[in-house]
Design a protein around this ligand. Structure first.
Ligand code: GLN
Length: 420
């Protein structure tokens, strides 16, 4: 399909609310420019990509779906975006998400919710809901999201597409708005594995602007898609028989494990008793990092500034932040300040760091004997819009399966699994 076709489709599906902004003229101009190239075509020649509203694109608005950043224009592009452009990609627009990537439904957005294209009464998942629906509904070929605790994998799952969270440090975070810096990674949404592999290959690799990027050479992922290799796959019974998990999802995964066995892969149960510690550790550490990362939004340097006459600095900050941030972001800033406060620091923050270390050690042991750990993505399928809005704790607990990959830094992919 051509850029025109995508623009037409985006118009037709505007009610899904996946795109916040569409770069129509620019995308068309880029397509015309690419058409004149006869040689030196890039690996992503003409690939139409949407990007989550937390990734910088030079001279374009960037808001993290927050009132506090409305009107902010980025003066540089994220390294990941630069690399896509160098290979001939066309960036078609900016995609809706939960404010500062905090959430699991895309309902915490200053631009409103995103509808799941498979059933418009249901949530898209989040926080990268716009990125998931844009690919699901065919509004772009592939899209970028960010994954701090499942925000690529869970919405991909809810929309029936592929979501890839690379290893921590595989893709530069330069130009990605920080939520929790030691967890955040840019990830990819696609409808097939080769597309995800190609995008990863283009974006990965060292970057002078992000010292946490791994120095290992980047394999040609798109060419190393072996078929026929037999893998060793671990699963945790504690996860599959968890009382919170929808039995239909558990059954679908067990069927998949059986299929893999029949295909000659090794599938074995591994005992894992740390499941209950994962969500608390994740929310303590990510809110602590978020509190610090979000302190820069004070109304002076970027975006929103309150209108009233204010005569002292403290009430100036207070008013800008009170009016600029949404409820979920404020809740997390308060939680983060609490777990870092003197008197509670050791009880919460230090303990959670220890849990993170124990999890990492345990997972390294498992990966000595296995290539993959198979876990559910989410305890349920996409639920109805509004259904869980007033129960933030239930929403947090639903992150039980995805956050381990970010706590330990391992890569994770969410392919669709259908009940058989
Ligand atoms: N649902 C998780 C959270 O709210 C994941 C967020 C993310 O990965 N950005 O923190």
């Amino acid at each position: 399909a051509t850029v025109e076709d995508y623009l037409q489709k985006i118009k037709e599906k505007a009610h899904l609310n996946a795109f916040i902004e569409v770069y129509s003229e620019e995308a068309l101009a880029k397509a015309r420019e690419l058409d004149t190239l006869s040689s030196s075509k890039g690996k992503l020649h003409g690939v139409v990509i949407g990007i989550k509203d937390v990734i910088c694109y030079k001279d374009h608005t960037l808001t993290a779906s927050s009132e506090i950043l409305k009107g902010f224009t980025s003066i540089f592009s994220a390294t990941a975006v630069e690399r896509l452009l160098e290979e001939g990609a066309i960036i078609i627009g900016r995609l809706n998400c939960d404010e500062f990537a905090m959430g699991s439904t895309n309902e915490n957005s200053a631009y409103g919710k995103v509808l799941n294209a498979a059933d418009e009464t249901r949530i898209s998942g989040g926080s990268s809901g716009g990125s998931a629906v844009a690919v699901q509904a065919g509004l772009c070929m592939v899209s970028l999201g960010s994954d701090t605790g499942g925000s690529v994998r869970q919405p991909a799952d809810f929309c029936g597409i592929i979501g890839l969270k690379p290893t921590y440090g595989r893709i530069s975070r330069y130009g990605l708005i920080a939520y929790a810096s030691s967890f955040d990674q840019i990830g990819v949404f696609s409808i097939n594995i080769p597309d995800a592999a190609l995008l990863l290959e283009v974006m990965a690799g060292t970057d002078d602007f992000d010292s946490t990027v791994a120095s290992q050479p980047v394999p040609a992922y798109s060419k190393e898609m072996e078929t026929g290799k037999k893998y060793r796959i671990a699963y945790f019974n504690e996860a599959l028989s968890h009382p919170g998990l929808d039995p239909a999802i558990s059954a679908a995964i067990q069927n998949k494990l059986e299929d893999w066995k029949k295909d000659g892969h090794t599938v074995e149960e591994v005992h894992f008793d740390l499941l209950d510690y994962i969500v608390p550790a994740y929310y303590i550490l990510t809110t602590a990092e978020a509190t610090s990362n979000l302190s820069r939004y004070d109304g002076v340097k970027y975006g929103y500034r309150a209108k009233n006459d204010i005569n002292n600095l403290e009430s100036f900050y207070k008013q800008n932040r009170s009016e600029g941030f949404g409820w979920e972001v404020k809740r997390r800033i308060m939680l983060g300040n609490f777990v870092l406060s003197s008197g509670y620091y050791d009880a919460y923050f230090t303990q959670a760091q220890k849990v993170r270390r124990i999890l990492t050690n345990q997972l390294s042991l498992i990966f000595k004997d296995f290539d993959f750990v198979c876990l559910p993505n989410s305890p349920s399928v996409a639920f109805k819009i509004g259904e869980k809005m007033d129960d933030p704790v239930a929403m947090y607990i639903a992150d039980i399966y995805t956050v381990m990959a970010n706590l330990t830094g391992v890569p994770a992919i969410s392919p669709p699994v259908y009940p058989s």
